[in-house]
Design a protein around this ligand. Sequence first.
Ligand code: GLY
Length: 425
Amino acid sequence: MAKVLIVGSGGREHAIGRAMLASPQVTAVYCAPGNPGMTLSGIQTVAIAETDFAGLVAFVHQAAIALTFVGPEAPLAAGIVDYFEAEDLPVFGANQAVAQLESSKVFAKAFMHRHQIPTAGYAVFHDATTALTHSQQAPLPQVIKVDGLAAGKGVTVAQTQTAATTAITAAFAITDTVLIEDFMGGFEFSQMVLVGGDKFCLLPTAQDHKRLRDAEKGPNTGGMGAYSPVPQITPVIRQQMIDQVILPTINGLKADGLTLNGVIYVGGILTSKGIQVIEYNLRLGDPETQILLPQLRGDFYQVIVDLLHHQQPTLTWQTTATYLGVVLAAPGYPEHAQIGVAVPTLPTADYASVSGTPQHLVSAGGRVMMVIAHGATLVAAQQQAYAQLGQLATGQLQFRHDIGWQGLQAMPPKMSPADGPASEA
Ligand code: GLY
C-alpha cells in the first residue's frame, strides 16, 4: 500500500490526486501546497510551496511517501526532479534538462529542427532593432514569442505591423531572447503522452479553449474549458501524430542523451500541410487533465510506477463517451482577478485558486473551479455540464457558454433543435 504526494495547487493536481486515490494500492494522497477544495475529494493538503524542494523532501521522508508526481512547469524547470533523484526518491516529471523543451522555446525549436519534427519556420533575436527589421520584411500574421516560461502570456499573434512592433517592443522589455515564427492556420488540439524512457502511452485527444469569452473573443487565459476526445482528430491523424511527432520526439530525446520519466504534451495544429507542433509542454495540461484522467480505466498509480521502471503499462481508456469541462473564473480574470469572491461547493468539481474552507470557498486568484460532465455524445456532455452549472450559485464568477463548439462542427449536420448546444447556464 502506498502514499502519494502531488506537487502543485490547481485543478490539474486535483484531478491527478483523484486518479491516484482511485487506485486500490493508494492509501493516502497529499498535495503540496494544494487548495482547500481538494479536501472535498479526500486529498490532504500540505502547506509546502512547490519550489521548496528541501521542505518537500523532508515531508516525503516523514510521511513515507512512495511516489511524488509533479504537476506544474515551474518546479520542473527549477530542477525538482533532479533534486529528488539525487535523494533516490521516486518522482514522476521531467528533469531540468528535458524541461527545457517547455522552459525555452529556442531549445524546443532547435530540438524539433534537429529531429525533423514538423513545426513553423522561425528566427531568434537578441535585440529589438534586428527583430523589428526582420518583422517589417516578413509576411503577416507573425507569431511573436518570448523565450522562457510566461504562464501562457508569452505569445502574440500579430495581424498587423503595428501589433507586431508593439509585441516585439514589449517582449524585449522583459527578455533578451525573442522568436518570430511563421503563422500556422488550422485546428488546434492537445495530445499528451506519459513516458518512461522509451516506453510511452497516449492519452485521448483533447481541445482547450484559451480565450476568455464565447466565440474565441477576449484575452488569452490559462484555459476556460476542454473536451475529449476531439472528433476531428481521426485515427489516421492520430497515427500521423505518433509517427511524425511522438516517436521522433522520444527517439530525439534518446539521441540527445536525455531521459524522460514524465509527460510530453504536444500542442498540435492540423494544417493544410498536415500536423505541425506549436509547442511542447513537459507536464499535463490544465484544464485538459481534468477531462482526460476520468477516462482512464485502470490503476493510475500502477501506470506511473511501471513507467518509472521503464516497463510498458497496461491501461485502457473509455471509448463510448465524450468528457467536457467548464472552468469558472473570478471576476476581472485574467488581468485583475478579484479575490474573496464566493465559490460554490461541488464535490465532483476540480478546484484551483481558492481559499477558505471546503464549505465556504472564496476566490484566491483567477481560475477557481471546473465543472465536469460526460455524455454519450459531445452534445450530451455539453448539455450535462451546463445543466450542472445551472444548478450552482455561480454569482459573480465568469465562464464560457460554448465549450466544445469546435468539436460540434464535426457533427453530422442533421440534428434536431433539442440536440443543439446549451446556450444558457
Ligand atoms: N491547456 C494549456 C496548458 O496547460 O498549457
